[in-house]
Structures are given as structure tokens and as C-alpha cells.
Design a protein around this ligand. Structure first.
Ligand SMILES: [Cu+2]
Length: 291
């Protein structure tokens, strides 16, 4: 009896947990960063990421249907063909119709998955003419960036340690120097590493590619919304693998140009330009919400 009550409590807690996850996950879905109890992906801000989300949703439906179908077949076989319900089993070994069906139907399902899958793969690797090229270099354990179009501007991007975090900076994701890019522009990211394999990724962009020493790989994005987008090194690269985040700040083109010009002289001034633009946008949003 006591065990029964404990069991019920466990199930109750599980239901409450799943319910709460669904509720807050849906309520707090966000672009650019994870949220507590989040379910599903971070919000998408690029066409590639949209495509990833719909491909995921399609395969999710397909695998759910397959799982339910197989579960149904198992239950049916257990009920219908157990020794009690079916004392004299049939000796048949072939059924041509069923054999054709269980060959052809999976092929059709695979083709259904393959078409959007290849489309996505080609879209990811088919880089449109870039308006800006950035080079991201993975190091143990930070990233450095070069802007070959901006007179070879370069900087290191190191994680902000817990003690130095400002109130609006998320832990383990914030960096001292963010990558700054213009909104609604094709950005090509050339990726490499100088010691071991790292991986450059921003979930909201649908960008993810290995950074391999001695090789240049690439990814691209065209972010349609301004904001700050975070990612983390996604290839196990050593003891501080979890502490080399990636932060990309998407701003208006004009702000980007001002930032790039300032970077040549004074990094603090450049940071101030970005900060001012972010605060101006915040004030604008608040004013719009009030109206
Ligand atoms: Cu790494």
C-alpha cells in the first residue's frame, strides 16, 4: 500500500514536471540563447534555420507514427498469438504481399525524408555571394576573429568569468569581444583552428561547422533580426571546452560600419558604439510597446 502511494506520487511528480516543462518551454522560447526548461530549438532568425526546424518537425511526425505503429503491432502480436490465445500456431513462412509491402513502404518513407534532407544540405553548403566575410579561429580555449574585408581587423573573444558578469550577461555565454555583423546581409564565416578540432555554431542561425587545424571550413548566415546570438564550441576540445562561447551581435549596417571604423583605433570606443545602439533599440522598443 505504502509502495503504491509512493508510486502514485512519483507518477504525479513526473506529470507535473512534464507539464511544467511544456508550459514554461512554450512561454520562454527565445532567439539567440537557451531558456530554463526550454523544449525544442531556439527561435530561428535565418532561412536555413527555418528549414532545419521544418525538417525536424517532418521527421518528428514520421518517427512518431512509425513508433506508434510498431508498438501497436507488438501489442497485437502479444495478444493474438500468445500460447493461450493461439494454441496451434500456423506453420506458414512466406507472405508475398506483406514482404513486398514491408520493403516498398519503408523505401517510400526514406525517399520522403531524403528529399527535404538533401535540399537542406545543399542550401547549407551553397553559399550566396557574401556581403561580409569573417574568419573564426578556434584556440584552446577561446575564439579569435579576423575581418579580412575590414583592413585585416582582428580580435580575441574570451568568455567573461562568473565574477565579472554584468547583470544582463548570461553566464558561460558572454564574451569580452562579440562578433559584430550587419542585419539582413549574407555573412560567410571561414572556420579553422590552431591546435585541436573545435566547432563554431550558433543555433538560431542554423550554423554549425567543425574548426579543423590546417583546413578551412565554412558556414554562412543571413540574420533577419537584430540582437545577440550565442553558441558554444561543439567539439570536445579539452578541459575548458565548455568555456569558449561564441557571441554574435547583429546590428544595423550603419552601426556595423561605425563599429568597424572605431575598431581600427580603439576597441573600447567600438564597444561603446554597439552598447549605445543596443540601448537606443531598447528605448525604441519600449516606446513602441507603450503606444
Ligand atoms: Cu573548442
Amino acid at each position: 500500500m505504502v509502495q503504491g502511494i509512493a508510486g502514485l506520487r512519483c507518477i504525479g511528480a513526473l506529470v507535473a514536471f512534464v507539464g511544467a516543462s511544456l508550459w514554461t518551454g512554450a512561454a520562454l522560447a527565445a532567439a539567440g540563447h537557451p531558456t530554463p526548461w526550454q523544449l525544442g530549438f531556439q527561435d530561428s532568425v535565418t532561412a536555413i534555420s527555418d528549414q532545419i526546424h521544418s525538417f525536424h518537425n517532418l521527421t518528428m511526425v514520421i518517427i512518431t507514427l512509425i513508433t506508434l505503429f510498431v508498438l501497436g503491432l507488438l501489442v497485437f502480436a502479444m495478444m493474438r498469438f500468445n500460447a493461450r490465445a493461439n494454441p496451434t500456431p500456423s506453420k506458414s513462412t512466406h507472405n508475398t504481399l506483406i514482404e513486398v509491402l514491408w520493403t516498398v513502404i519503408p523505401i517510400i518513407i526514406l525517399v520522403l525524408i531524403a528529399v527535404p534532407s538533401f535540399k537542406l544540405l545543399y542550401a547549407q553548403y551553397d553559399v550566396p555571394k557574401p556581403a561580409l566575410t569573417i574568419k573564426a579561429i578556434g584556440h584552446q580555449w577561446y575564439w579569435s576573429y579576423e575581418y579580412p574585408d575590414q583592413e585585416d581587423m582582428s580580435f580575441d573573444s574570451v568568455m567573461v568569468e562568473d565574477g565579472d558578469l554584468k547583470p544582463d550577461q548570461p553566464r558561460l555565454l558572454s564574451v569580452d569581444n562579440q562578433v559584430v555583423v550587419p542585419v539582413n546581409k549574407n555573412v560567410l564565416v571561414l572556420v579553422t583552428a590552431d591546435d585541436v578540432i573545435h566547432n563554431w555554431t550558433i543555433p538560431s542561425f542554423g550554423s554549425k561547422v567543425d574548426a579543423v587545424p590546417g583546413r578551412v571550413t565554412s558556414t554562412w548566415f543571413n540574420a533577419r533580426e537584430k540582437g545577440i546570438y550565442y553558441g558554444q564550441c561543439s567539439e570536445l576540445c579539452g578541459i575548458r571546452h565548455a568555456f569558449m562561447p561564441i557571441a554574435v551581435r547583429v546590428v544595423d549596417e550603419e552601426v556595423f560600419n561605425n563599429w568597424a571604423a572605431a575598431m581600427a583605433e580603439d576597441e573600447d570606443k567600438a564597444r561603446a558604439i554597439i552598447q549605445a545602439a543596443v540601448e537606443a533599440d531598447k528605448r525604441k522598443t519600449i516606446a513602441e510597446l507603450k503606444n
